[in-house]
Design a protein around this ligand. Sequence first.
Ligand code: ARG
Length: 580
Amino acid sequence: MTTSVLSDLKIRCSQAIAAAFGTAYDNYDPAVAPSKDAKFGDYQCNAALGLTKKLKQKPQDVAAQIIANLQVDDIFEPPTIAGAGFINLKLKLSYIETQLAKMQKSDRLAIAKVDKPDRVIVDFSSPNIAKEMHVGHLRSTIIGDSIARILEFQGHEVLRLNHVGDWGTQFGMLITYLREVYPDALTKADAIAIGDLVELYRAAKKRFDEDAEFKETSRAAVVELQAGGAEAKLAWQLLCEQSRREFQKIYDTLNIQLEERGESFYNAFLADVVTDLRETGLLQEDQGALCVFLEGFSNKDGQPLPLIIQKTDGGYNYATTDLAALRYRINEDKATRIIYVTDIGQAGHFAQVFQVAKRANWIPETVQTTHVPFGLVMGEDGKKFKTRSGDTIALKSLLEEAVVRARTDIETRNPDASDEFKQDVAEAVGLGAVKYADLSQNRTSNYIFSFDKMLALQGNTAPYMLYAYVRVQGIGRKGEIDFASLDAAIHLTQDPEIVLAKHLLQFAEAIDAVAEELFPNRLCQYLFELSQKFNQFFEQCPVLQAEESERISRLSLCDITAKTLKLGLSLLGIRVLERM
Ligand code: ARG
């Protein structure tokens, strides 16, 4: 098992710099990167330029000293110096060949697990009870799941948390309304369907906004609930169960694992947040509310903005719960990396919560908290994604439509196949397409939801990737090849083979990059280029027709490509098909 060439090379260059210039340069950034242009080799070390000033030596001389201390001959041809001291490194063919053979023999493609696993929390999906899960939650679910899968693959311990909105004013409102119009819903399981629940919620909200007396009663109901009143508690549980069942259908369809730990879980810890914040001296009273004045955030009049921790009426806010949750995750879950996947609209919220927690000294230096924001889903008209009548689009019907469209496609391509086969293909393609379309975008930008684009067989789409995989399986069937027993003897001679082989070797780098920067589109881009490079190779290099030694080598390349596609797609939550 190995780590990526890139991370290995970084360590070696770093060591070479320290060996050449002394311990003062122990942690000097070796500025190692893949080369942008193949004529400069495969990797570059660009540290010399930065070092010339400090060392008062010519960059070429600095580079020469780094090279003199650099031990890479097991991986690279002798390094060369170009221009202003750039060190160029070209992979040895023999190294690529042995690495690929190792990849072929391993179900992890010879990618080692990390030495020191982190305990990671990925907080994702997190819809709100009694409300419909919307496309924003769908994005969070897809992106969060992929991030979790990648970190799990690396060997980290991952806790996937569903921070559902299951607490607060909305319940007081709903319970009060239901007492009035439909008391059965508060005592009998299954009395209302989620669609109706959402409708009832809307109606309750309307009353709440318009009717002062109703508002008062609702507030009282929240207090009753928070105080653990039996009747309110039962009603609340029924409402939660109802929503939960509905959410679970989406998770089952998308094959998502999540542990529910909603806002209500932290209810018992909210008072401590106030007590402990008071002790730090950060807490201030402002018009009866307890708050912390934020640094770097101001209101319209340029006054410092307060983060309200406890409202005048004693109630707590979304942010208070997040502060309690953060403390719990650090102190009880012992998480060292906490990742929150929500829409970009919550960037301010998380910056504020992190700031208060930092200033209160609640986040040790060993803990990293990260908000992973994403943009809006837009309709093809470039406006916010809505149905024609202006309603939000229900996720269930959205996913169903993707499958139906994929089914129509397979019906025309392969009308004689069995019903079971067609349905299996339709589900894998339809749902894979929805996931891939989301993940392949730079998540921070808005993305346009288009069934036609995501289901297209050409371009950076799931079907294109799935086809590349199926193509290899087809070669196997045609040549009656048992890939598992293929004895990898890889011998690279032609350019398209070498280009493909080098790309295969970079899989570990793509995974590292996503694990670090949390942009799954980096992995999509990698897989897209892999499919393209594979197709070029396959067009230019005969496989089954090649003579024996070449044939085995090329079949191995096909096999490793397929394995990489399969593993890579699985890290995006997408399953492959053997035929389609
Ligand atoms: N329920 C929230 C929403 O629908 C998302 C929660 C995200 N996680 C968190 N720890 N705040 O917008």
